[in-house]
Design a protein around this ligand. Structure first.
Ligand SMILES: Nc1ncnc2c1ncn2[C@@H]1O[C@H](COP(=O)(O)OP(=O)(O)O)[C@@H](O)[C@H]1O
Ligand SMILES: [Mg+2]
Length: 215
């Protein structure tokens, strides 16, 4: 089910980006062209400016939504850069001081497994941003002898894992989704959190021989 959800997301992302996104580009360009042709003091000028600015805003919204549905960096730049990309983005967009040590994880997984690992990392980082009220967080990914370990620690207010109300977002992006995706990678998730004590989530994924997962 997770795999077919990812296919569906990919399709919607492409349609948003190439369909809606392209049409917004057309609207914006037409508004800009019209602006060239009317006198600056013409009453249409400010409306045209507004049309072009709103179209530009809608365009960046569409790009953001389609990016979250299917991070194009994952396909284009590979898993390691896609993950450091998330970290760069949250570092600029939040006040939490993120530190990270990320070993190269390209070519460890099949395409299908890669997105599962990416979603795990993405969800855990989002949870720190959304829920932790932390001032510092550390993200580490490293290879031990026969496993890949992802660990994220924050110094926020923590929570009671498994307590009622700790649900998941629609579409399996929550902690339930993290466990499901870890299972698909034959991995294990451990969550250490206590109210007031910060949170550590770690995921250990066995690396079996040189064979790629999910193939
Ligand atoms: N790093 C964290 N710090 C504090 N609370 C957290 C953290 N991660 C998760 N939680 C708590 O666990 C709950 C469940 O998380 P999750 O399953 O991802 O669902 P969602 O993010 O949709 O609320 C969150 O609502 C939040 O209360
Ligand atoms: Mg969440």
């Amino acid at each position: 089910m997770i795999a077919s959800q990812e296919d569906e997301r990919k399709r919607i992302a492409a349609e948003l980006h190439d369909g809606l996104g392209q049409q917004l580009v057309v609207i914006r360009n037409l508004a800009l062209i019209s602006l060239r042709d009317v006198a600056p003091d013409h009453p249409f000028t400010s409306q045209m400016e507004e049309i072009s600015a709103t179209a530009a805003q809608a365009l960046s919204e569409v790009r953001k939504i389609s990016y979250n549905l299917r991070p194009y960096q994952l396909d284009r730049l590979g898993l390691t850069k896609a993950i450091t990309g998330i970290l760069q983005q949250v570092s600029t967009a939040t006040t939490i001081a993120f530190t990270s040590e990320i070993e190269k994880v390209d070519d460890l997984f099949s395409k299908e497994s890669e997105i599962n690992f990416y979603r795990i990392v993405q969800e855990c980082i989002n949870n720190v941003v959304k829920h932790s009220k932390a001032t510092r967080a550390a993200v580490n990914i490293w290879r031990a002898a026969d496993e890949l370990i992802f660990m994220i620690q924050d110094n926020g207010h923590g929570f009671l894992p498994g307590a009622a109300g700790s649900g998941s977002e629609a579409g399996g992006f929550g902690l339930i989704g993290v466990s499901e995706r870890a299972q698909l990678l034959c991995g294990r998730v451990a969550i250490h959190s206590e109210p007031g004590q910060g949170t550590t989530v770690s995921v250990r994924i066995p690396l079996l021989s040189s064979e790629k997962y999910g193939q």
